[in-house]
Write a protein that binds this ligand. Structure first.
Ligand SMILES: CC(C)(COP(=O)(O)OP(=O)(O)OC[C@H]1O[C@@H](n2cnc3c(N)ncnc32)[C@H](O)[C@@H]1OP(=O)(O)O)[C@@H](O)C(=O)NCCC(=O)NCCS
Length: 184
């Protein structure tokens, strides 16, 4: 591949254009080696994209707010039918997740190996348990936990669980700062 179609950014990950549109990455976001980010993607301050993730904003757009993390091996894509992937602030997406045409509001949580399908929505402080499958068009309500394949409502989360979720995201911000210092 010619070099002009590939740039190394913020810690070692790579960005690529699609139809002339390049990803826009905040200067203090960490993009780990092996991560590949394509096309119409914007990533906000102190967010982190970990080793071997793919974020492909070609037939739609991907937006990631501030202090959110997308953990190792996850794939984020969009739906050509108009469902973009929009991630808010302080969101945690666990290892090997698949997020497709989904909106995740602030402080939302996607457990590792979970999948979200087109038109699904995770509202603020909503949690999708590890390994779950959120079917097309389904909504995890504010502060709710959903689990299983297909995922179903299990229970409301408690205050201590909200605190644990927000600590999880904050911890990733600190770890990402350390990596960025070491790798840039
Ligand atoms: C959902 C979760 C928080 C556990 O919730 P919990 O309410 O404490 O659940 P419990 O451990 O009390 O288990 C209750 C039941 O659900 C089952 N269960 C727990 N987690 C499950 C999951 N992810 N999927 C399916 N079933 C699950 C348990 O086996 C148990 O079943 P049983 O009643 O038949 O014994 C945890 O499984 C999880 O998904 N954590 C996220 C981890 C992660 O992805 N981190 C990101 C990377 S850092």
């Amino acid at each position: 591949m010619k070099e002009k179609f590939e740039k190394t950014v913020n810690g070692g990950g790579k960005i690529y254009p699609y139809k002339g549109v390049w990803p826009e990455i905040a200067e203090d976001a960490f993009i780990a080696p092996g991560a590949r980010i394509i096309g119409d993607v914007k990533i906000g301050n102190q967010s982190s994209i970990w080793f071997n993730c793919v974020l492909r904003g070609d037939v739609g757009k991907i937006r990631i707010g501030e202090r959110s993390n997308v953990q190792d091996g996850s794939v984020l894509h969009v739906d050509s039918g108009g469902n973009d992937t929009i991630i808010g602030n302080d969101v945690l997406i666990g290892h090997m997740a698949m997020v497709h045409g989904t909106t995740i509001e602030d402080e939302g949580f996607v457990g590792f190996s979970a999948m979200t399908m087109d038109g699904s929505l995770i509202k603020k402080n909503g949690m999708l348990a590890a390994g779950s499958l959120l079917s097309p068009g389904k909504t995890v309500g504010e502060g709710e936990m959903w689990m299983g394949r297909p995922a179903k409502f299990v229970r409301e989360l408690g205050e201590s669980e909200f605190r644990a979720l927000s600590k999880g995201a904050a911890k990733y911000v600190r770890t990402a700062i350390d990596y960025l210092d070491e790798y840039k």
